[in-house]
Each structure stands twice: as structure tokens, then as C-alpha cells.
Write a protein that binds this ligand. Sequence first.
Ligand SMILES: Nc1ncnc2c1ncn2[C@@H]1O[C@H](COP(=O)(O)OP(=O)(O)OP(=O)(O)O)[C@@H](O)[C@H]1O
Length: 446
Amino acid sequence: MTDLSAVLEATGLLAGAGGLGYAKVRAPRVYWSLVGLPVTWGRFTLTYRSTMDVCGLTVQPSRLRAFLTRNVARREVLPVAPKVRRVRGTSTGLRVTLRLPAGLEPADVIAASERLRHAWGVHSVTVAETKPGFVELRMTGYDVLRRVRMPRATRIDGLAVPVALREDGTAYVRDYQKVPHALTLGANQSGKSVYQRSLIKSLAQVPVALVGIDCKRGVEQSAYAPRLSALAITPDASASLLDVLVEQMESRFDLLSLHGVSDVWELPEGLRPVPIVVLVDEVAELFLISSKKDEERRERIVTALIRLGQMARAVGIYLEVCGQRFGSELGRGATMLRAQLTGRVVHRVNDKQTAEMGLADVAPDAVMPAGLIPAERPGTAVAADSSGGWVKIRTPRTSRDEAAAVCREYAHLVPELPALDPYRPHVPADLPARGPSLVKPRPVTE
Ligand SMILES: Nc1ncnc2c1ncn2[C@@H]1O[C@H](COP(=O)(O)OP(=O)(O)OP(=O)(O)O)[C@@H](O)[C@H]1O
């Protein structure tokens, strides 16, 4: 009898262990919630002080504090570690808010993040400064970019739209009010189109005008026609569409000057023109020319793009440019335009120069990780902006049909913009009426 129960027990244990091993590989989220999270939380709680000590994240107490500890509390005087303000478990990891003592700064914690990762046995530790004197340690229990699932609480907030998952398990958000123009680069099959689809899927639900420029005869963007206010699929059409956008920009500046403000978001709600996002697919098609007679058109296109890049932010016109490479080999004006596109998303690239084109001027530290993105992880990219910070992201796998379905569903949000009507792509007649050409305000948050 005892033998039988021992065998059953052992079999049960083995099955349990096997199940856990299986879950760890096949369902890391479930494994993390059942096993990883309690173990890591326990290890963090038990070893916090000593870990901070060995990782060099403690400071000597002030003289007064040392005096009081020694003479009033009659305790040994120990170095001071950051105070734990909050510990929170998530489905991907553990978040810890720390209050830094005088003498420690966020850069010290960032520098120690690799040591903290080893000490607590987690997949990654990233550090974000949440407010002066406070940092959040974002630990992930497993590689969240292996199979992307956006956090459940992700939502669109005005012109801040979620596009991908960051390696710390939070959503990567494209915020047009913070970073108005962006450039997405990557080699063939690196995941640029999927990134654009994910972006369009989110943008389609926002009251903005979407303008497509896709000189590969619209093979990608024509699927989004129901939600597009304009689509150009040839360089000639792109040149005249960009001229119209520059005219729009100028008339919006007239409106700003009439009301004595410098930004559309300062206009009264009822007068604010709808934001326009211009999505340029494969930008090289606009720059490269095959004969001398195309030169004038190229000049028009490049001038219009540079003017939009330099000034259009203030009037709510934003550029989202995508290409395989974007450097001086595209000719005059390319590097000048690139300098205006301060948001950068670089997917896998074929050579170091492409990573440098995309990242060296805004976040030099991001060049190396961009060059290390493996081919078997399409959709993975390094995102950076002119703040110098960067993060590894991966887009959720999004099919063209999925993005097209969202565009059809939100076709009623295509705003009234008569100047763009000649460029409106053909859409089925049974689609609902258009949305308003003015938008509700969103307080600008810094
Ligand atoms: N996030 C992702 N997860 C899984 N697979 C992805 C992801 N992103 C892209 N892929 C896959 O990688 C392949 C290439 O993606 P995509 O078409 O977006 O690349 P691309 O850079 O636009 O290529 P090209 O320049 O050749 O058009 C596709 O088969 C796509 O399904």
C-alpha cells in the first residue's frame, strides 16, 4: 500500500514537474503567474537589502541619521538603500517603485540593471524614471517579445496610439504630439509593413485624416482605402498631393495667426482643424529618378517633404515615413529631411550603415542592438527618439486583412477635407457618412 502511494505520489510529482516544464516553454505567461511571480517576489523581498548593497546601490547615511541610529535607536549604522514604495506583480513580470536616497541617481540604477537581473533571476530589468527622485524597476519574467501579446490595459489616448510591445512588457506608444514625425527603416522582410499595419489599425480609430503615399502602385495601402482621405500611388500624383498638403499647412498657419496662437492645440475646440497623418511607404521611390525629366518632380517632392518636416507639426500635420534605407545615397535633401524625422524605428538591417542612418544621430547607443536583431524575429525593432533613449520592441503580428477590416469599420471617421477630395481613393458607395473635420481637444501633456 505504501509502495503504491509512493509510486502515485512520484508519478504525480513527475507529471506536475513535466506540466510545469511544458508550461514554462509553451505558456510562459501561465508559468510566470503560477510559479515565477511568487518565487521572484519572495526572492526580491528576502534579498532586497543585500542585493542593493552588493550592486552598489546604497549610500552612507547622513551624519545626523547615523548619530540618531547609533545613540537613540541603539542600532548598527547601515548604508541606506532606496526605499521600496510599491511592488506590483503583472502577467509578464514584477514592477517595483523605488525612492532614491540623496546621492543616488537613476543612471546608477540603470548601470546596475544587469546585476539586478542576475541577482533576482529574471529575464530583464529596465529602469524608468517616473518622477524626480523615483524610479520604477520593470522586471520581466520571460522573453515577452517571443510571442507578442499587447497588455490588456492598452488604449488609445488622443494622438497617442499603441503600436507594439516593449521588451519591458509595456506598450510602445506612438505619440504624435510628443514626436510629430518619424522614420521606420528595415531590410526586406524585416517587418516594416506589419509595423505600418499595426499603426494604421490604431490610427484608423482616431479622428484624424490619413493620407497614403505608396508608389509601389498602392500594393500595401490600397487595402486601407475606406479610411484614407487621400492616396497617391505614382510619383506624379505624390508630387501634386504633397503640394496640396503644403497649401493646407499654409492656410492653417493663416488660421493660427488670425487667432494669435502658435499651435493648433491652442485654438478653441470648435476651430481646431483635424490632424493629418501622412504615411509614406518606401520613401526611396520618391527620391530616385530614372531620367533627367524626372528631376523637377523630385525637387518638388523633396522640397514639399522638407517644408512639412520643418513646420507642419504646429498645424497638426505629421509625417510617418518608411523605407529600406534613408541616407545620402538618395541624393540632395535626404539627410535634411531625415533630421526632421526624429522618431526612429529600425528593424533588422543588412548593414551597419543603415542602423547608423536610422539611429546614430538620435541615440548612438541603439546602433549596436539594432544590428543584432535576428532574421528569425521579424517585427522586432529598436525604437528611439531625440531624447537619446531607446527600447527594443516587437509588433503584434497583424495581417493586411485585419488592418483593412479596421479601416472599413472606421470609414465613418474620414473627415471632411475638400482639398483632398481629388485624391480620395475609390471606396464602395455603401460606406457610412464622413466624420467631423474638427476635433475635440486633448490637453497637451509633457
Ligand atoms: N511581429 C511579427 N511577428 C511575426 N511575424 C512577423 C512580424 N512582423 C513581420 N512578420 C512576418 O515577417 C514577414 C515580413 O514582414 P513584412 O512584410 O512586414 O516585412 P517588410 O519589411 O515590409 O518586407 P518588404 O520590405 O519585403 O516588403 C511576413 O511574413 C510577416 O508575416
